[in-house]
Design a protein around this ligand. Sequence first.
Ligand code: MN
Length: 238
Amino acid sequence: MTSDQTLAVAAPVRPTLPIVGSEARFPVRRIYCVGRNYVAHVREMGGDETRDFPLMFQKPADAVVHDGGTVPYPPGTDNLHYELEMMVAMKSGGYMISPEDALSHIYGYGICIDMTRRTVLGSPDGPRIPWELKKAFDHSAPCGPIYPVADVGHPSSGSIRLEVDGVARQDSDLSLMIWKTPEIIATLSRFFSLEPGDIIMTGTPSGVGAVVPGNVLVGTIETLGSLTVTIGEPAVPA
Ligand code: MN
């Protein structure tokens, strides 16, 4: 795309995330997600605790909601859930990254919430249904600021907690991730060329639950600060 080309409609704006301690911002290319990555959450969803092949999906980059922002209650569900997760932000990538090399491709870490339509109204449910309706809707990706590896290292343990209106709902530890960050990157890169700007949501611990307009969600991860979002009025009035 050169500057003398005329666009027929307004160019989409690429979302960016703030970087703690820097004026620069982190451009978001793609949002990859890993599901069922804490045993207690696998169990609460009715599964077992084996290291089955990790469940992988994407959200659109423009689903990002910033710290302090609002998630309008989406249409098509009466069962909107939060899933607090650690976010990995990539500075480089490619295909076929080895677990041993994976950490060298990470720019930083942060906190995110994988907002989920646990129930999709008007749609047959079940494993054969593509996950876009459950996971890839507008405003489904609240993301906090990025903490550079240079400042926080590579968090692999530490508390991960979410409160709804001041009441603890999720309270676990990063060390309980089934698939560790290097394994997640290695596995994703078998199927996708990871690139600078990609972020990865690494799965949620147990305690997921439904929220309603007015609820305030505060997620914290040890060394990665906090992320606050409010559930807003319905995006589509009833
Ligand atoms: Mn999730």
